[in-house]
Ligand binder design. Structure first.
Ligand code: DCP
Ligand code: MG
Ligand code: MG
Length: 286
């Protein structure tokens, strides 16, 4: 049996800005581009979430929902630096750390567990270290699998700690909405809702062949996740699968000349990344 922690910063970009600028603490802060430039909210402080402001929302919608919102432009270098430091703290607990993004990672702590040091104890230590060394809060989920640990870390945000006791996975998952499961996006969720399947428990109650009919090849793995079964290991080094570049225009356009120019500029950027790392690709997507 494995013991896995999933740790994720609370309101990452916004929290870093609030930490670095005490004037922003306790205030409705969003990090993102300007409303005039069609910016979107990258991160919303918990104070502004009460107004219904969320990540990926257009900045002007955020302004409408909370006129007193304070917008801060992103400082990606700063977030990268904080991310490197938190990963170091994670690696001081266990070498088995798999970062998922700048602000979150899986930790396999199986080897660190002793009768005196339970996985929950390790999670408490981890939260304490991040708080004292970085002055930031993380939420942590503890479970025997990646999928359960990740869902658990989201249950009690901010500054949360949710422990799923081994053997209680099905019980833990049953009341949760199907959208919490990896691989169930908004479209699939809507389709399943119309068939009366809303909770993971509803899903888990379906027979094996139902999954194959609904999901095809991925049916068995969706079923396994719904039943709380997931034996994917924590992978320290992941092979990079793609290289990309992107941009956002200030106005919608279908001008072929402009688009061609853009594709050319972005592909040059991708080309320079490939050259820098001396790697090649075999599939190109626009
Ligand atoms: N991010 C982004 N655009 C999104 C989602 C996220 O730029 N649509 C960036 C900003 C976030 C960071 O990634 O701060 C981490 O993403 P999370 O989903 O973990 O969101 P937060 O950490 O902001 O909030 P939460 O407390 O819900 O984890
Ligand atoms: Mg986060
Ligand atoms: Mg995250």
């Amino acid at each position: 049996m494995r013991h896995i922690l999933h740790a994720d910063f609370d309101a990452f970009y916004a929290a870093v800005e609030q930490r670095d600028n005490p004037g922003l603490r306790g205030k409705p802060v969003v990090v993102g581009g300007s409303p005039e430039g069609r910016g979107v909210v990258a991160s919303a402080s918990y104070e502004v979430r009460r107004f219904g402001v969320r990540s990926a929302m257009p900045m002007w919608t955020a302004l409408q929902r909370c006129p007193e919102v304070i917008r801060v432009p992103p400082r990606f270098d700063r977030y990268g630096e904080v991310s490197r430091r938190v990963m170091e703290i994670f690696r001081a607990i266990t070498p088995l750390v798999e970062p998922l993004s700048l602000d979150e990672a899986y930790l396999d702590v199986t080897q660190s567990v002793t009768p005196e040091r339970s996985p929950a104890r390790i999670a408490v230590e981890l939260k304490r270290r991040v708080r004292s060394e970085l002055l930031l809060t993380i939420s942590v989920g503890v479970g025997v699998s990646k999928s359960v640990a990740k869902i658990a870390s989201d249950m009690d945000k901010p500054d949360g700690l949710t422990v799923v006791v081994p053997g209680s996975e099905r019980e833990f998952l049953a009341p949760l909405p199907i959208e919490s499961l990896w691989g169930i996006g908004p479209k699939t969720a809507e389709r399943l809702h119309s068939q009366g399947v809303r909770s993971i428990g509803d899903l888990a109650a379906k027979p094996e062949d139902w999954f194959v009919t609904r999901f095809g090849r991925t049916g068995p793995s969706v079923r396994a996740l719904a039943l709380g079964q997931d034996d994917r290991p924590v992978v320290v080094e992941r092979e990079r699968k793609s290289v990309s570049a992107e941009t956002t225009l200030s106005h919608d356009t279908d001008d072929p000349e402009l688009l061609l120019e853009l594709v050319s500029r972005l592909s040059q950027r991708v080309g320079s990344y490939l050259e820098r790392d001396d790697i090649q690709g075999k599939t190109v997507k626009v």
